[in-house]
Design a protein. Structure first.
Lengths: 497, 514, 497
């Protein structure tokens, strides 16, 4: 059932491409149908999934025997969680993109090609297949930003594409080397995970592959594509980029780099943790001084992904579980934030500068947006009651065990996060001066009301973050048992668990 | 009564009420206010029921509810009530309606305002009954959100700065607290307060922490100390303890006065509650180890704040510093109870005094801010010491009732403010005499500035501006009269509160490992 | 030799004979019968005849599979040769189809005859293991190609390109011949496998090294490897479209095949190496050539604004990648090399097909001529996307798999030391660079809006057909490379070495 998410998405992409350019409504209907179908498959798959079984193989077909490559799909709790995230993000993305008029059919075609690639990565058990899906996701991103984006979109799109490609190039090298050295003549992740690579090999292979994936996850100092990219991208693309695509990188770190080269992780643990925490603090500090609304959110994404990376390198199960939960949680929250900033505010106000927005009286004009942003802001801060808190709590616990000083720095990062979120919220929606008698933009009060689709999208995302925040067992019951599967044997041994 | 999850109902009642009130249209102010008050009364009734059904002699937790929530992290939904919790619930149930009633002059977006107050009340109820760190922390943080908005949207000219400062300071403390408890979790595998207290009582907590963090190589006892300091930070900011108090004067003066009522009446008590419920039972040895510096800080809080109050010209700021001062006594009592030498009787006295002072000061301080709100209403926002004069002539009832509240704050015997301070000093003197002696000037200077207030505002020649000053209206009287009555009752017959508190306190003192 | 032998030889030569006859037939038909008919009519007939002839040759090969060796390796037929010849014939057919709508000449018959003669040369090149025959066939191919490049009498660029091609070609042919004569002098035989044995018996010899260098120069020219590539940009730019297409595809396939045979069978002891690389250190030499080609080709392509020159430099870069396949000795690597060059050829012809339509309808091959192609000729634009992304190495297209397989084969050769890892790292890094300039072209096609008065392009049916077919082929070969790989491997296996 889960595999249908992939097939449906690509089919949907083709279908959207074939809808006529002049009929956006038809395209939207197809798009919404595809996204909803994908989410349904994900939900059904999740319900049918039994976490106690560990890794469940979905299909396994011989593909290219010469290289030992199989078309092999499998799911464990982590995959299920992330597939759910993708489904939700896809539906919300379509809802928030309801107003795209220009070349709508190509927009949704690229959108679903990207989604299909993402689903594929999360469900692949063959390393080659994972890589193929990972790279498939690169080109649609370029076009989504280059054609429908805003500020400096050419530059941002090219930067994003090149950074991603370089990152995947690094992974490719590591992958080929691992294939050659293992002598297994197979790309099956399980087989490769069980093979123990020489420590000297892991010493360079691990950082190569980990950093290759981490570039896409926005690890400092390779994160510079993220703020520009997110800001230039159209709303749905930003939601997907920050919400799901960055998680591809983190997933790759976990599924490939860490499972294949556990000793390598141990060797580089402290350096990587330092980089992760730097990302957390740096991202937060830079977000504090931004003047562009979207850049604030872009840097906040870098900061939050730092938590994911920190959780991954803690080498204990709580940290890992926190990292995966943070992947889900931040995916939802980033979607909410970009939905408000991009769709609700920017599409109406046509400016993202905080100073200009301050004078627009947005609270009166769109109270729904204000409330949504407040909720999203508190969720992003890591307030208890929202999913982010549990995730960050687990990461902190894991980090406290492994690197206490860094854990304290991460705590500092959280505080800075609070500050910039509050300041931005206050500045945009609750400015001090009562609305000027003549607002800066005389049309400020004529902003079109928030549409039903936007409300639906926002409601969906808010519901997810609150439900997971109050009852995290819904997801933790998937995530935690997956670390007991044989795929993680090597990691557990190295972690001493 | 029998199996009804009363505490959960109590906690969720205001939250549900808040959701309902938020949905009321902007113009239906009376409806919003009415609905809010109805919920508050319901909550008060529930608390009274709890009070009536508590078994006074039993010092342990009652009305306990326990459900698993996130087993992998040792998190449960665990709530319970003892004497302290009950008293705090009652305080919250009393102060919030008072604040709402004092908010007559708020015109802007009243449903949002009232809803936020209900939200705040829910958060407080939850925090006072939680017995597992996770959802205690959830409610602790949740109570910050409505407070932030209440200050930010309806406050004075510097409200943005005040709200931000308030939130950020408290967050920093919260993070430190979180990290400390995460450390405890790592050492013991549980977030449950009762379990942690049990471990501390049997002196097993310290060694567990040391064992867990031994690899840090900090030396014996240091890890436990570090965790204690982390947790201490969280509460020290909230109470506040000198020198972490710098956020308070701005916040209290910029917040709309009814919000200041809630802030000083209940939210600051969250901090003291933390000291009593969390720090003392879970970190007894570190507290004892750091006793001297802590006592110095408490003394500084008490004395320095009174001198600061003396220098203020803004009534709200005076009251703000006065709050710091009164809570300083609470902290003095808590720290003294951890001293190495002393009898159980003294500790009991000190802690009894602390809890009593929390309750009494909550009532008194809220009432005082309420009076200031009334003054502001009549004077169009002016609240400087020198703005008034001789108001006794034009508003005698007002003067009388406010005078009673002021004297209670001063600690006049017969009013409720006295008994708490008395018990604290009764306990502290034998335990750590030097601290008690050093804190005495605080009492003196308090008297000075309170009398100054009375003199400047009420006595003396009448300021011509206020010839038209109206006396207390019936509505306002409805708020303050019962509270004043309560102050008298508590002053003359504190027994009915002490009867609830004492068994719990005695239970704690028995649990202490020294 | 008696007539029976001669007849047998002719029968074995049937495919080549058929093609020669076709060439003569086309020439005759056109010169004698069609001088007064419109050019397009003549072109269609000529192309049709060409197709029939080539199809006939392929059909003959399929229906009469033979194995044989005439005159000591001068003419060899085995399954691998036949496969390569079939590929070359296919490429010729495609080139012919592309020529149909071109308007650069009135000498239709001559043109197609030369095309077919070049094809014959390539076929001979593929079927020989004798140095003399190699040289002769190479000359046949080269001479035909020189003229084909110069065929556009109205264009100065055509003449200039042809001149450069000729001068370089002549010089490298001289080097090649000299090298071959040295080898003959050393070994006393012109048969390639026997050459290997004799050379090994000889041991290390400076003269052999000189000979090797000269051979590399000769073949390097044909492959457009650095530093023998200087003819490529001008030839690609000036030549008429089909000529450029043939140079880029068929000529490449044939020369790669024969170069590989000479190196692998002639210069290593047991043909497949088994690790003892050979006499004379050609491996380090070729690695340097490969590295230079990859770097220079990609870096130079960045600055181009003409798509033709871009494709030329891209050819240089791809020559570099292909050379990696030479370095790793073994049947695996040989198979991967052939797969790579085949898919490369198909992709390039497709790209030229799109280019041809744009040139004739829009008027030039600059980037800006491609603006808005996705609106003006959507099928061509999507085809171009597939071809260029395949060249960049994006999955799931054939180019990606070709590179992947090539690099994997190179690494699995010696898993202890991974000797070519640096080259592969360089290759992947340069692929990242290549994505940049391919995206620039695609950006024009998809992102940039066309001029206000730009009308949809009138694309000839044949061009559409070719592009669609080739795009489908690239995608299918990328997703299911199995059948081509298996065919190649089987053929290699039957070489009996």
């Amino acid at each position: 059932m889960l595999a249908w998410t992939i097939y449906l998405s690509f089919a949907g992409a083709l279908a959207c491409l074939l809808t006529p350019r002049e009929n956006p409504r038809a395209t939207r209907a197809v798009a919404f149908g595809t996204a909803l179908a994908g989410l349904m498959c994900a939900l059904i798959g999740a319900v049918q999934f039994k976490p106690e079984n560990g890794l469940e193989v979905i299909t396994n077909v011989r593909w290219i025997p010469a290289l030992g490559i199989d078309f092999s799909l499998a799911a464990d709790g982590i995959s299920v969680t992330l597939v759910l995230l993708t489904g939700i993000a896809a539906v919300a993305g379509v809802l928030f993109s309801w107003n795209v008029e220009h070349r709508t059919n190509e927009f949704f075609a690229f959108f679903f090609a990207l989604i299909g690639g993402v689903y594929g990565v999360f469900l692949s058990l063959d390393l080659f297949l994972l890589f193929v899906f990972y790279e498939i996701a690169i080109v649609p991103k370029y076009f989504l930003i280059a054609i429908w984006g805003s500020t400096r979109r050419d530059y941002a799109a090219m930067k994003l594409a090149l950074y991603s490609f370089i990152g995947s190039g690094m992974v490719l090298i590591g992958m080929l080397a691992a294939y050659a050295v293992s002598g297994l003549a197979s790309f099956d992740l399980q087989a490769l995970a069980q093979h123990s690579f020489a420590p000297e090999f892991q010493r360079w292979a691990f950082p190569l592959v980990f950093v290759g994936f981490a570039i896409l996850a926005g690890m400092w100092p390779f994160h510079t594509w993220a703020p520009t990219g997110h800001s230039a991208a159209p709303t749905a693309a930003s939601m997907l980029l920050a919400g799901v695509v960055m998680k591809l990188g983190a997933y790759g770190c976990l599924r490939v780099a860490m499972t294949l080269f556990p000793e390598g992780l141990k060797m580089w643990q402290h350096e990587l943790a330092a980089l992760a925490v730097t990302g957390i603090v740096y991202g937060a500090l830079v977000a504090l001084v931004q003047k562009d609304f979207k850049f604030v959110i872009g840097y906040s994404s870098v900061s939050h992904m730092g938590f994911v990376l920190l959780g991954l390198v803690t080498l204990n199960e709580i940290g890992w579980s926190g990292a995966v939960l943070q992947m889900f949680s931040h995916g939802i929250i980033a979607g909410l934030l970009f939905g408000v900033v991009g769709r609700m505010v920017y599409d109406r106000a046509h400016t993202r500068e905080l100073d200009k927005l301050e004078g627009m009286g947005l609270l009166k004009a769109m109270p729904f947006a204000a409330v949504t942003f407040v909720v999203a802001g508190f969720a992003s801060m890591g307030m208890p009651g929202f999913s982010g808190f549990i995730a960050e709590l687990q990461v902190l616990i894991g980090a406290w065990q492994a690197f206490p000083k860094l854990a304290i720095l991460a705590g500092v990062g959280i505080v800075v996060g609070v500050v910039y979120t509050l300041k931005t919220t206050a500045k945009v929606f609750f400015p001090d001066q009562p609305e000027a008698a003549e607002p800066h933009d005389p049309h400020a009060h004529e902003l079109e009301p928030i549409s039903v689709q936007e409300r639906l999208g926002a409601a969906l995302l808010i519901l997810c973050t609150v439900i997971v925040g109050l009852h995290p067992r819904l997801l933790l019951d998937f995530i935690v048992p997956s670390f007991k599967s044989p795929l993680f044997d090597g990691l557990r041994k190295v972690a001493g668990l | 009564m029998n199996g009804l999850p009363l505490i959960s109902i109590l906690t969720f009642l205001p939250l549900v009420g808040a959701a309902l009130v938020f949905g009321v249209g902007r113009e239906r102010r009376q409806l919003a206010r009415g609905l809010t008050l109805a919920v508050n009364i319901l909550a008060l009734a529930l608390v009274a029921t709890l009070w009536a059904n508590t078994n006074p002699a039993d010092g342990a937790m009652q009305f306990v509810e326990r459900h698993t929530w996130i087993p992998t992290l040792g998190i449960e939904y665990h709530v319970g009530l003892d004497g302290l919790g009950l008293v705090m619930l009652m305080l919250a149930a009393l102060v919030i309606p008072m604040a709402v009633l004092a908010s007559e002059k708020i015109e802007e977006n009243v449903p949002l305002y009232c809803g936020l107050f209900l939200f705040l009340q829910g958060g407080l109820f939850g925090a006072f009954t939680a017995l597992n760190f996770f959802h205690w922390f959830l409610f602790w943080e949740l109570s910050l959100i409505p407070a932030f908005f209440l200050i930010k949207l309806w406050g004075g000219p510097q409200r943005s700065d005040a709200a931000l400062q308030f939130f950020v300071y408290t967050m920093v403390g919260s993070i430190a607290l979180l990290l400390a408890f995460v450390g405890l979790f790592l050492a013991t595998g549980t977030f449950d307060f009762t379990k942690l207290a049990e471990l501390a009582r049997t002196k097993a907590l310290g060694p567990a922490v040391e064992a867990k963090f031994a690899w840090l190589g900090w030396g014996a006892g240091k890890a436990y100390l570090v965790l204690f300091i982390g947790a201490l930070l969280g509460f020290a900011v909230k109470v506040p303890l000198w020198p972490f108090h710098t956020w308070l004067p701005l916040t209290y003066s910029e917040a709309p006065t009814p919000v200041s009522m809630a802030l000083t009446g209940v939210m600051s008590k969250l901090g003291v509650y933390g000291f009593v419920r969390l720090l003392l039972p879970i970190f007894p040895e570190p507290m004892q180890a750091l006793l001297t510096p802590l006592l110095w800080l408490a003394v500084a809080t008490i004395v320095l704040s009174t001198f600061a109050a003396l220098a203020q010209r803004d009534l709200k700021r005076i009251l703000a510093y006065s709050s710091i001062n009164h809570l300083g006594y609470c902290l003095l009592g808590v720290f003294a109870a951890a001293s190495a030498t002393g009898t159980a009787l003294d500790r009991t006295a000190a802690l009894n005094g602390v809890v009593l002072q929390m309750f009494n000061h909550g009532i008194t301080a809220s009432l005082l801010f309420c009076f200031v709100a009334f003054l502001e209403d009549r004077s169009n926002g002016a609240r400087g010491l020198d703005d008034f004069g001789g108001l006794r002539k034009v508003a005698p009832v007002f003067c009388g009732l406010m005078g009673i509240a002021l004297f209670s704050s001063l600690g006049l015997p017969g009013l409720n403010g006295f008994i708490g301070e008395f018990l604290i000093f009764k306990g502290v003197f034998p335990l750590v005499p030097w601290a008690a002696v050093l804190a005495l000037p605080g009492l003196l200077v308090t008297a000075i500035f309170i009398l100054t207030v009375i003199q400047k505002v009420w006595c003396g020649p009448l300021n011509e501006k206020w010839v038209g000053f109206t006396d207390l209206t019936y509505n306002e009287g409805a708020v303050v009269f019962p509270a004043t009555l309560l102050m008298f009752v508590l002053g003359v017959w504190p027994q009915f509160v002490i009867a609830i508190i004492n068994p719990t306190v005695a239970h704690w003192v028995r649990q202490m490992p020294f | 030799m008696n007539t029976a032998d001669y007849l047998a030889l002719l029968t074995a030569l049937a495919p080549e004979v058929i093609v020669v006859l076709t060439a003569l037939l086309v020439l005759a038909v056109d010169l004698l019968g069609l001088q007064d008919t419109p050019r397009s009519y003549r072109m269609s007939i000529a192309a049709g005849l060409t197709t029939l002839g080539c199809a006939g040759a392929v059909g003959w090969m399929f229906m009469n599979p033979t194995v044989g060796n005439w005159h000591g390796g001068m003419f060899v037929i085995d399954p691998l040769n036949e496969t390569v010849k079939a590929v070359i014939l296919l490429l010729t057919v495609l080139t012919a189809m592309l020529s149909v709508d071109c308007k650069f000449t009135r000498h239709v018959g001559e043109y197609f005859a030369l095309l077919l003669l070049a094809t014959v040369g390539m076929m001979f090149l593929a079927s020989t293991e004798d140095l003399l025959m190699i040289f002769t066939s190479l000359e046949l191919v080269s001479l035909s190609l020189y003229v084909l490049v110069a065929f556009n009498k109205q264009s100065r660029a055509s003449a200039e390109g042809a001149m450069k091609y000729f001068l370089f070609g002549g010089m490298s042919a001289a080097f090649l011949l000299y090298g071959f004569s040295l080898l003959y002098g050393l070994a006393g035989t012109t048969n390639v496998p026997r050459l290997a044995q004799k050379l090994f018996a000889l041991g290390p010899d400076p003269l052999a090294t000189v000979a090797l260098v000269m051979v590399v120069i000769g073949f390097g020219f044909k492959l457009a490897a650095v530093p023998f590539h200087l003819w490529a940009p001008d030839a690609y730019q000036g030549a008429p479209l089909p000529s450029a297409a043939l140079i880029a595809s068929g000529s490449k396939v044939a020369s790669v095949f024969v170069f590989a045979k000479v190196l692998l069978f002639g210069f290593s002891q047991h043909g497949w190496g088994d690790g003892d690389a050979a006499m004379g250190g050609w491996i380090p030499l070729l690695s340097i050539v490969a590295a230079l080609s990859m770097v220079l080709g990609n870096l130079a392509a960045i600055r181009q604004t003409s798509v033709r020159r871009l494709l030329a430099y891209s050819a240089v870069a791809h020559a570099g990648y292909m050379l990696v396949g030479f370095l790793a000795l073994g049947s695996e690597a040989f198979g991967s090399l052939l797969f790579y060059v085949t898919t490369y050829a198909l992709t390039t012809i497709g790209a030229f097909g799109v280019l041809g339509v744009v040139e004739s309808q829009v008027g030039g091959d600059q980037f800006k001529d491609f603006a808005g192609l996705s609106r003006r000729a959507p099928v061509l634009a999507w085809g171009l996307m597939i071809f260029l992304l395949s060249l960049a190495g994006i999955p799931p297209l054939a180019g990606f798999f070709g590179k992947f397989y090539l690099f994997a084969a190179a690494l699995t050769n010696d898993t202890q030391n991974l000797p070519f890892l640096w080259l592969i790292v360089l290759g992947i890094a340069m692929s990242c660079v290549s994505l940049y300039y391919y995206l620039q072209v695609l950006k024009q096609a998809f992102v940039v809006a066309a001029d206000e008065d730009a009308r949809p392009l009138a694309v000839p049916f044949l061009a559409h057909a070719v592009v669609v077919l080739l795009a489908a082929a690239v995608v299918i070969l990328g997703c299911f490379p199995g059948w081509l790989l298996d065919t190649l491997h089987q053929a290699i296996g039957e070489l009996g070495r």
